[in-house]
Design a protein around this ligand. Structure first.
Ligand code: TXE
Length: 482
């Protein structure tokens, strides 16, 4: 394997955007216009891939698979770590671009590169050894894991960098080649990641194509794509699964959530309010594993509401490029309209707004952090994934009742229990019907810990040995003596 080229270290990013296919940066006759959600103005255009681009990328990825799949885990780990180095070298510049297209505060954009590259690097420390299932005088049976082939990665607009990196590094480390498709709302930073990938990976190993939703559909149908790693909504996740069925593609689906946080009667509400507020409202609530429903015991309910309102009042909303901004705009008009409608519906239902609730009459898709009380369990804000800065706080008196209400949903991504008694918290957390149940934390992930949804929040896991094996095919090698 070649050492990291000096070209990669000194690489000056281009002024325009390009697709990455078979190691070449190329344009297209079609384009996407990208809106800055803080201003509602188009600030950049980028090429949009057509079917012919997809065919070329699949061809290249198939061809590259031969050599790439025969490199060792250690060699592939080296490539991924080199890639992380150049991404970190460009993270300030690319962080600014991410804020312009996505909206989140600049420090969180840069942190997305830091978090994503650390997770990618750590993933490459995970071993997937051959397992010996049986060995006696006559035979030896081993379980191997082989790479699948070409992996299609489809990402959403809420965390384009971190979500691309987790799937990309998993697929590459396990010996697959890749085609990455970002959301049409936020393709720019991902395309820049392609420029940097071009300087590190052999041609065809990483291909990056931006385009509309059609491209995602074509990828899921393509006979030469062996697996889809999808992150996005439950509705689209179901479409991905259904159109992957024809070729029996493997799928990993990381879908939406409606995460409950159950706050027990033994906590000091002031001590946990900052953490809970952050877990609800970071990225303006546009996080799959954000807290989306708070169940608070009646004895601490008022105090928790007050402490959360104080946090809401202190959170400065604005353009993410302003370093003082804590909450940026919603990412796109579709999401802004969806959350605005939910807000109107919630108002009509007679629920009480204890913070926010008023949409400013200024440019940008801004909605202030909104906390709602006195709301019915059957209201849309409680039953649907809001994916925005509006969160209900529901009162309970009996812990069993809180657990029942928390579990009463089709979603099962994650959830948390907040308590000064960790044994009590753990016992309750174990009974949450979710992929991850936290006690006194929410939204912490690690490369070593599997993450994914129960129920309709997903299929399969990312990260950890479990996640990595999802990018591989188990193969039994059974040898008998004659
Ligand atoms: O997501 P989609 P959208 C929720 C959020 C939002 C709703 C819709 O509530 O209001 O989903 O958002 C690609 N085959 N979440 O429409 O459709 C698409 O181009 C294959 C929650 O933006 O899920 C993009 O790259 N791919 C979620 C990706 O799928 C298709 C994060 C995600 O888009 C496709 C995002 C198809 N038929 C939105 N159609 C979370 N919980 O993390 C679209 N795509």
């Amino acid at each position: 394997m070649q050492p990291m080229s000096e070209r990669a270290q000194d690489l000056k990013l281009r002024n325009d955007f390009a697709l990455l296919i078979d190691g070449e940066l190329i344009g297209s006759s079609q384009s996407l216009e990208i809106i800055n959600p803080a201003t509602e103005k188009i600030f950049a255009t980028c090429p949009a891939a057509g079917r012919d681009h997809l065919e070329k990328a699949v061809e290249a990825a198939k061809l590259a698979f031969g050599d790439w799949s025969h490199t060792s885990f250690e060699e592939r780990a080296d490539y991924i770590k080199q890639y992380s180095v150049v991404l970190r070298e460009h993270q300030n510049e690319l962080g600014e671009l991410l804020t312009r297209e996505q909206g989140k505060p600049i420090n969180q954009s840069i942190a997305e590169f830091e978090r994503g590259t650390v997770q990618a690097d750590n993933m490459t420390g995970i071993k997937i050894p051959v397992e010996v299932l049986l060995e006696d005088a006559n035979q030896r049976i081993e379980l191997h894991y082989r790479p699948l082939g070409v992996v299609g990665i489809i990402t959403p607009w809420n965390a384009p960098v971190a979500l691309a990196l987790s799937s990309l590094s998993s697929a590459l480390y396990t010996g697959n080649t890749t085609i990455l498709k970002p959301s049409p709302y936020t393709p720019l930073t991902t395309l820049k990641m392609g420029e940097l990938a071009q300087s590190i990976f052999p041609s065809g190993v990483v291909n990056i194509l931006a385009a509309g939703n059609d491209l995602g559909q074509w990828m899921t149908e393509h006979k030469d794509i062996d697996k889809i790693s999808f992150t996005g909504s439950v509705t689209t996740g179901k479409k991905v699964m259904s159109s992957s069925a024809d070729t029996l593609k493997r799928v990993t689906l990381e879908l939406g959530g409606n995460d409950p946080a159950i706050v027990l009667d033994d906590v000091d509400p002031k001590a946990i309010a900052k953490q809970i507020f952050f877990a609800c409202f970071v990225n303006s609530g546009q996080v799959c594993m954000a807290i989306k429903r708070i169940y608070a015991h009646e004895s601490i309910y008022e105090k928790l509401c007050d402490a959360l309102v104080e946090e809401a009042c202190n959170a400065k909303i604005g353009d993410g490029l302003d370093p003082d901004t804590k909450l940026g705009p919603l990412q796109n008009k579709m999401q802004f309209d969806k959350v605005s409608n939910l807000l109107k519906d919630t108002k009509k239902s007679g629920a009480k707004f204890i913070s926010g609730g008023k949409i400013p009459n200024t440019p940008g898709y801004f909605i202030p952090p909104t906390l709602v009380t006195d709301i019915d369990d059957n209201s849309r804000l409680v039953t649907e994934e809001q994916f925005g800065p509006i969160v209900p706080i529901l009162k309970y008196s009996d812990t069993e009742d809180a657990l029942r209400r928390a579990n009463n949903t089709q979603y099962g991504l994650s959830g948390s229990v907040w308590t000064s008694n960790t044994e009590r918290g753990k016992a309750l957390a174990e009974r949450m019907e979710v992929g991850t149940a936290w006690v006194n934390q929410h939204r912490t992930t690690s490369a070593y810990v599997p993450f994914g949804g129960a129920k309709q929040s997903g299929l399969g896991r990312q990260y950890s040995v479990l996640g990595l094996k999802g990018y591989m095919e188990p193969q039994v090698v059974s040898v008998s003596k004659i």
